[in-house]
Design a protein around this ligand. Structure first.
Ligand SMILES: NC(=O)c1ccc[n+]([C@@H]2O[C@H](COP(=O)([O-])OP(=O)(O)OC[C@H]3O[C@@H](n4cnc5c(N)ncnc54)[C@H](O)[C@@H]3O)[C@@H](O)[C@H]2O)c1
Length: 335
C-alpha cells in the first residue's frame, strides 16, 4: 500500500473485513478510503467506484491450516470473494489491470527429494493439500474465464513466501487453529527467538522455500499492474532456495538467540516440502528482480519486530482465551 501511495494515486479504496489483518496497518493518508467489510458483500461491491484504473485482489482466508479446519470459511473468504469481485469488475471499463495474488505453493511439485525451479506453466495437480490451495487455483481459473469471456485485464502474480515488516502475528480474528497466531514461519521464528525460545523446526528443517521481502513483493505487484500482459502469469520470488533450518539459524544468529533448535515431527498435511520459483519470466518481461537479500530482509524484519512489540503483543493476546500459551508473553526489553 505504501508503494502505491508513493505513486500519488488520486484515490485508493481498501476493502477488508480484518479477518486476518489489523487496522493499524492501514496507512492514514488523504487518498485512502477504507471500507470495512467483506468483498462478498453486494452493497460494498455495488458502491465500488466505476472509474477504477487498477485492482489488486489480495483477500484470502489465511492460511492453509485455517482452511483445513474450516473449509466453508475458506470458501466464503477465498473463493466466493474472488468470483463476486471479478463478476463486479467485469463491468468496469476503465480497468487497466486486475492483479491477482496467486499462490506458488498450489503449483509447486510435491517433493522432498530436491526441488527444481517451478515455472509459470508447470502442470497443476488435481490433488491438493488444503482447501486454501484449491481456492487459490480456482481464483486463477475464474480470472482466466473473465479474461477470455469478458476481456478482464487479468494478471496472475504467483507469490512465493513473503516476509517482512508489517506482518503481525495474531492479526485478525480467531480462525480455529494455533496458526491464527503463528501465521507464518518467519515472524514466528523471529518472535520466538527474540524471547529466547527454541525455534520449532519440523522434519529436520529440510523443507525449502523461496523467501521474498515484502518491499520487493510490492514492487513486483506494481510491475504486474504496469507491465504485465493480460492473461499472463508471473512468478514473484527471489529465485533462491532456503531451507527452514537455514532460516532458523539465520534468525537465531541475528537475534542472538542461544536456545538450541527444537526439532519436531513433519506436518502431516504438507507434501510440497521443497520449492522455489523460476524468476526469469518476471525478469525478462516485467523487468522485475528481487533486490533485498535474505539476511538483509531478516535484519530489517527483526528491527521492525523489536520496534513494534506492543502492536504484535496486542494482536497475539487477543487469542489468549483459545491459545493460553501466549499468556507467557509480556512486554520484554527486546532492544
Ligand atoms: N504471504 C505469502 O507468503 C503468500 C503466498 C502465496 C499467496 N499469498 C496470497 O497473497 C494474498 C495476501 O496474503 P497475506 O499473506 O498478505 O495474507 P493476509 O492475511 O495478510 O491478507 C489477506 C487479507 O484478506 C483479508 N480478507 C479476508 N477475507 C476477506 C473478505 N471476505 N473480504 C475482504 N477482505 C478479506 C484479511 O483480513 C487480510 O487483510 C492472499 O491472497 C494470499 O493467498 C500470500
Amino acid at each position: 500500500m505504501r508503494a502505491i501511495l508513493a505513486a500519488q494515486p488520486r484515490r485508493v479504496t481498501i476493502v477488508d473485513n480484518f479477518l486476518s489483518a489489523d487496522p493499524a496497518n492501514v496507512p492514514e493518508h488523504p487518498a485512502v478510503r477504507l471500507v470495512i467489510g467483506s468483498i462478498t458483500d453486494d452493497r460494498i461491491l455495488r458502491d465500488l467506484d466505476d472509474d477504477i484504473d487498477y485492482a489488486f485482489h489480495l483477500a484470502c482466508y489465511h492460511g492453509n491450516q485455517s482452511s483445513i479446519h474450516d473449509p466453508l470459511a475458506d470458501h466464503e473468504n477465498n473463493t466466493l470473494t474472488t468470483l463476486k469481485l471479478f463478476e463486479r469488475l467485469k463491468d468496469i471499463k476503465s480497468l487497466k489491470k486486475v492483479v491477482y495474488s496467486a499462490a506458488g505453493c498450489a503449483v509447486a511439485a510435491k517433493t522432498f527429494d530436491g526441488a527444481t525451479a517451478t515455472m509459470e506453466d508447470a502442470p497443476v495437480s488435481l490433488f491438493h493439500d488444503s482447501p486454501y490451495s484449491i481456492s487459490k487455483l480456482i481464483g486463477e481459473m475464474y480470472g482466466n474465464y473473465y479474461f477470455t469471456r469478458y476481456g478482464l485485464p487479468f494478471v496472475k502474480a504467483r507469490f512465493q513466501n513473503v516476509y517482512g515488516p508489517g506482518e503481525i502475528l495474531g492479526a485478525g480474528r480467531w480462525r480455529g487453529t494455533r496458526e491464527t497466531v503463528w501465521r507464518n514461519v518467519t515472524p514466528t521464528f523471529i518472535w520466538k527467538a527474540l524471547h529466547g525460545e527454541a525455534l520449532p523446526v519440523e522434519n529436520g528443517g529440510i523443507a525449502t522455500r523461496d523467501f521474498i521481502f515484502v518491499e520487493d513483493m510490492a514492487r513486483g505487484l506494481i510491475a504486474c499492474a504496469l507491465r504485465g500482459a493480460p492473461g499472463e502469469i508471473y512468478n514473484l520470488g527471489s529465485g533462491e532456495e532456503t531451507t527452514i533450518l537455514q532460516l532458523a539459524e539465520r534468525v537465531n544468529s541475528l537475534t542472538g538467540n542461544a536456545a538450541p533448535i527444537g526439532l519436531k515431527p513433519a506436518r502431516d498435511w504438507d507434501r510440497s516440502g521443497q520449492r522455489f520459483a523460476d524468476t526469469s519470466k518476471a525478469r525478462d518481461q516485467l523487468g522485475f528482480v528481487a533486490s533485498v537479500g535474505h539476511e538483509e530482509g531478516l535484519k530489517r524484519t527483526v528491527a521492525w519486530t523489536k520496534g513494534n512489540q506492543d502492536r504484535i503483543l496486542r494482536c497475539v493476546m487477543q487469542h489468549a482465551e483459545h491459545l493460553p500459551e501466549v499468556r507467557a508473553y509480556f512486554k520484554m526489553d527486546l532492544s
